[in-house]
Design a protein around this ligand. Structure first.
Ligand code: ATP
Length: 642
């Protein structure tokens, strides 16, 4: 067994040990300056002083003893460090000089049991050491101490939290009991909590194994948590721990176990006498039932740990707990999510790294040191930029590696740059090619469209004029149709998605329907032309004949033509006419006129025109006021006789 302890240290009691070792070992800032200390071996060097302080540490095997974290009836408990693994541990130290032989045997029982029992709800033993003065047990470090300490620090717990702890403890107990072990000292002080909040059973000092007989006949444990059968020395059994679980629940709910206001003897008496210990008020029905099952006087009726694990109080709370755990684990994860700031920083660094490599590809003559400095000025995060990191670390360690690394980096960067350049060239070529294609396609489309458009205009012109101006021969028309079809097919094949095609085809269809019209129209036109020419000739002939007749008539009488329209004889009409047109014409003449108004009118108008012309001429010569011509106007051609 290795013992590195200084004899000087062993002579100190616990309090003195703590005062003199803890601060010096764990808080370097409190170490006085070397100049303030008396010289060691004639030197005041600070490093020597530190060495001297380190000698004061207690090292047991690979464990270094730290500050005290607890104290029980038999042992002091310290925080320890495993110098091999870096794990923190709890070191339970028993002072040999202060323990009886009986207690020594209980320590060995605890050691044996802990070494045999391995369960997630039982504190794990990591090893043991012994020297002349102490027995050391190295235990799994339970960061949050005992439930009793937490109860002292934080006050009583809600049912749900108690249930969580009890659930853990019951699992440990179910395991212990299945292994034939009774803990016999279940209480808040012996339930330890790790940093994750898991409860584990500890302190197996009074634990006992049921061997040949079913019961252990001794009064062990802490009075207030003791089961009646243990007090009565009728023998402790596994379910005795269940009674203690009931007492611990009340302890966690109220901060004290039942009968705590009484002295231990009175309390023990009441435990045996009373049907059940008094329950706290305002607890759930499930917990009431749970406690009823724990505080059964009859051990046969008392629930086992396994049974209680499926009690509604436990199962219901377990579901709630799982929910809470999920929530909190999500929150934990959420906390570990990078912040927006971090993300943007990372992106900016990534971009800057890429920029750097791009810059280096364009300017390979830049030195790596220049690049690193430049990087640092852009962002403080260097860790994700391998070039900068490599350069920095290697420059401080080995110049040879630094040179090699830099060369490698440069080479890699050059390769990347070359690849990028090649990619860019290819990209450019492809772009040009596709641009050419697009351009030629565009041109081709334009040609086809304008050709179609031309043909369309030609056709529509013919259609609009009703085929009159269609002067192309059938041969040319046929060629045009073939060309038009070819162009449209070509267009359709080249640009199948273009909606221009259906529009052209549609127009063409309309045109094709109209194309038959000109033929008929042409025939009709020819007929019309012929008829018109015939009519024109006929009219001309008639005009010529009329002219000749008129001339003949004029030679005979100037008014012959007018006279012709009259039913009267030429002589009488001539007379009457002169009479009628005369302003001094008598009424008898008027009477005659009234019998044939149509003829009279005609004649009158003609005469009036002559009269007006004469009057105008006269007026102009005499400068006399013009008076309207007197038109024979008889409102009543047949006046009534008086
Ligand atoms: N593994 C551990 N991790 C952290 N703290 C511990 C550990 N073991 C014990 N302790 C602390 O030390 C205290 C005393 O430990 P423990 O109860 O085992 O000593 P004990 O002398 O056996 O006590 P008791 O008088 O109950 O028998 C505990 O209440 C707890 O606060």
């Amino acid at each position: 067994m290795t013992d590195h302890l200084e004899l000087k240290q062993l002579s100190l009691d616990d309090d003195e040990y703590q005062d003199k070792t803890n601060t010096a070992y764990f808080n370097v800032d409190e170490i006085p300056h070397a100049s303030e200390l008396p010289p060691l071996n004639g030197t005041s060097d600070r490093s020597i002083f530190r060495e001297s302080m380190c000698v004061a540490k207690q090292q047991i095997g690979s464990y270094v003893i730290g500050e005290q974290i607890g104290k029980g009836g038999f042992a002091s408990v310290f925080k320890g460090l495993n110098t091999l693994t870096g794990d923190f541990v709890a070191i339970k130290r028993f002072d040999k000089s202060r323990i009886s032989k009986e207690q020594l045997s209980s320590i060995s029982t605890e050691l044996d049991l802990l070494q045999r029992l391995k369960h997630e709800s039982i504190v794990t033993i990591l090893g043991q050491e012994e020297n002349e003065h102490y027995i050391f047990i190295f235990l799994e470090f339970m960061e949050n101490g005992s439930l009793a300490t937490i109860l002292n620090n934080f006050g009583t717990f809600p049912e749900s939290l108690i249930c969580t702890y009890v659930d853990n403890v019951l699992k440990g107990l179910a395991y212990l009991h299945s292994e034939g072990v009774i803990h016999r000292d279940i209480k808040a002080a012996n339930i330890l909590i790790n940093k994750a909040g898991d409860a584990k059973l500890s302190d197996f000092g009074v634990a006992g194994e049921i061997k040949e007989s079913d019961k252990r006949y001794s009064v062990v444990g802490t009075p207030y948590w003791m089961a009646p059968e243990v007090i009565e020395i009728s023998g402790s059994v596994q379910v005795s721990d269940i009674w203690s679980i009931g007492c611990t629940i009340i302890e966690l709910l109220t901060s004290t176990p039942p009968y705590f206001n009484l002295n231990p003897m009175s309390a023990m008496f009441r435990i045996v006498q009373d049907d059940k210990p008094p329950f706290p008020k305002n607890i759930s029905n499930e917990l009431l039932d749970f406690l009823d099952r724990c505080f059964c006087k009859n051990i046969e009726e008392r629930a086992t740990a396994k049974e209680l694990l499926s009690h509604p109080w436990i199962t219901k709370n377990r579901t709630i707990l799982i929910h809470h755990q999920r929530n909190s684990s999500f929150k934990q994860h959420q906390q570990s999510f990078p912040s927006l700031d971090q993300i943007s920083k990372t992106i900016s660094v990534f971009v800057s790294t890429n920029d750097d490599s791009e810059n280096s590809s364009h300017n390979t003559s830049r030195s790596s040191s220049f690049r690193d400095d430049d990087d640092d000025s852009k962002t403080n995060t260097i860790a994700i930029r391998p070039t900068a990191t490599n350069h920095q670390s290697s420059s401080s360690n080995s110049p040879t590696t630094n040179k090699g690394d830099n060369l490698e980096n440069k080479k890699a960067q050059m390769e990347i740059s070359l690849l990028k350049l090649k990619n860019k060239e290819l990209e450019g070529e492809l772009k040009k090619e596709s641009e050419k294609l697009i351009e030629s396609e565009k041109k081709y489309k334009e040609i086809l469209l304008s050709a179609m458009h031309y043909i369309y205009i030609v056709d529509s012109t013919m259609n609009i004029t009703g085929g009159v101006k269609q002067t192309i021969s059938d041969e040319v028309a046929h060629l045009r149709t073939v060309m038009r079809d070819q162009i449209e097919i070509e267009y359709f094949n080249a640009f199948p998605d273009d909606n221009m095609v259906p529009r052209f085809i549609q127009r063409r269809l309309t045109r094709d329907t109209l194309i038959h019209i000109p033929k008929k129209a042409l025939e009709a036109q020819k007929r019309r032309e012929k008829e018109e020419k015939k009519k024109e000739k006929k009219d001309k002939d008639k005009k010529d004949k009329d002219k000749k007749d008129k001339d003949k008539e004029k030679k005979k009488s100037p008014d012959s033509s007018i006279i012709d329209f009259s039913n009267s004889s030429s002589s009488s009409s001539s007379n009457s006419s002169s009479n009628l047109l005369s302003p001094t014409s008598n009424s008898s003449s008027n009477n005659n006129n009234s019998r044939s108004p149509m003829v009279i009118g005609k004649r009158t108008t003609s005469k009036n025109q002559i009269n007006i012309t004469n009057e105008i001429n006269q007026h102009i010569t005499n400068n006399v006021k013009l008076t309207p011509p007197t038109i024979v106007n008889n409102p009543n051609p047949y006046p009534k006789s008086p």
